[in-house]
Design a protein around this ligand. Structure first.
Ligand code: FE2
Length: 404
């Protein structure tokens, strides 16, 4: 972190970093008509008897039947289907899913769904393989390893993901977020074994996605791209991913929501969400995790509400942070002028309005009296320390109050 005497902040978010790591071991296949090849492709990753994890809405569209046919075509055996994942999955659901996979004699997992389904399958696979419960998996880099915990982590059963939203990017991430309904927090779980072995991106998977869900989950991808770019844990690898994801989002997001029959736009949004994914995030995610855990605000909608306020706050934190937002504004075609935070925040708000999503917490059932608990939740969230501007309780009170 070299800084010049003239401008001590100038190189904090540029130059050659002291340290970062980047891993993207998931094999991604993208294109049309891929669902029928699910078995052919997943067999290459070691699958035999495949346990399918999904939700009831997706199952009702017939997508799961087509994927199961694709498994059989490739010589794999569907061992069972767990379709009880709710919109916001919980530790109990994960534990039931793992037990059902054991009962079915499965040897691998296939998630067909959005973030909640994929995160359920990831953590259920860890419980299935390592034993214990979903709660036991909490933490970063705590999965069992060889060489007395110093070696390579033990792999979990083969896992493939077919995302049905263009949003979370969970299909290529090592992280999962699961609600603990008793503690009213979202458990964050991350380690290398949670990287799925295979992700299949086929626009057919998002064909029946309701526009409001496409809008909300797309805002999660927007938020990953932006927070990943401005995080204290920024990296040149993530910079490249974030900026290209934003280019794809600029060209395709509103088309994909407004004209769902546009297969190009839907396919490009799947790619955008896939490359935007970052676990180096910031205060938008801290605030949204708390709003989801305490008031059930859907993740993408919470991000859409919080993002402009956090951009304004962060951009006032110094010229190096503002310069990062200026890069984002350039890619999105925003005329920033002197106050890039304000210009970019206003651009995001107008996008959210055009998408038909709410812009205030009070629109989605969050009362003013809930702010103290939200602040505590955000302060305790692991992403708070990765926010580019230091953020304390008073700051979160102000941010939530503005977002109300
Ligand atoms: Fe997210």
């Amino acid at each position: 972190m070299e800084a010049s005497a003239a401008d001590p902040m100038a190189r904090r978010m540029a130059g050659f970093k002291d340290f970062y790591q980047h891993a993207a071991p998931t094999r991604v296949i993208a294109g049309g008509d891929l669902l029928g090849s699910t078995g052919f492709e997943f067999k290459k990753e070691g699958a035999g008897r495949v346990f399918v994890v999904t939700d009831a809405v997706i199952r009702a569209t017939g997508l799961v039947d087509r994927v199961e046919a694709g498994l059989r075509d490739g010589g794999l055996e569907p061992a069972g289907v767990f379709d009880e994942v709710p919109q916001d999955s919980s530790t109990d659901v994960v534990d039931r899913c793992a037990a059902a996979a054991k009962e079915a004699g499965a040897d691998s997992f296939l998630a067909v769904g959005g973030g909640s389904v994929m995160d359920t399958a990831k953590v259920a696979d860890a419980v299935f393989t390592y034993g214990g419960s979903a709660r036991d998996q909490e933490g970063f880099f705590l999965m069992p390893r060889g060489d007395d915990g110093m070696g390579r982590p033990f792999e979990i059963a083969p896992l493939a993901c077919i995302p049905t939203t263009a949003g979370t990017g969970s299909e290529v991430s090592m992280a999962a977020v699961i609600k603990d309904p008793k503690a009213k927090v979202k458990l964050e779980i991350a380690d290398f074994p949670l990287f799925p072995r295979l992700a299949i991106l086929d626009p057919e998977s998002t064909r029946t996605l309701p526009p409001r869900v496409a809008a909300a989950t797309g805002m999660d991808a927007v938020t990953h791209a932006i927070e990943g770019y401005v995080s204290t844990d920024w990296s040149p690898h993530q910079d490249a991913r974030s900026l290209h994801a934003l280019r794809l989002i600029r060209e395709n997001f509103e088309r994909a929501v407004g004209t769902p029959e546009d297969e190009d736009a839907r396919g490009n949004m799947l790619i955008a969400a896939n490359i935007a994914i970052a676990i180096e995030l910031g205060s938008v995610h801290a605030m949204s995790h708390a709003a989801g855990a305490l008031f059930g605000v859907p993740h993408g909608i919470a991000n859409a509400i919080h993002l402009p306020h956090v951009i304004r706050f962060n951009a006032e934190g110094g010229p190096d942070i503002a310069d990062r937002y200026r890069d984002i504004a350039d890619v999105l075609g925003v005329e920033a002028g002197g106050d890039v935070g304000e210009a970019l925040a206003e651009h995001i708000t107008q996008l959210v309005i055009r998408l038909g999503l709410p812009t205030r917490l009070s629109d989605v059932g969050v009362p003013e009296a809930g702010i103290p608990d939200l602040v505590q939740g955000a302060m305790g969230d692991g992403t708070t320390i990765l926010n580019p501007r230091e953020v304390g309780e008073e700051d979160y009170v102000a941010l939530y109050t503005r977002a109300l």
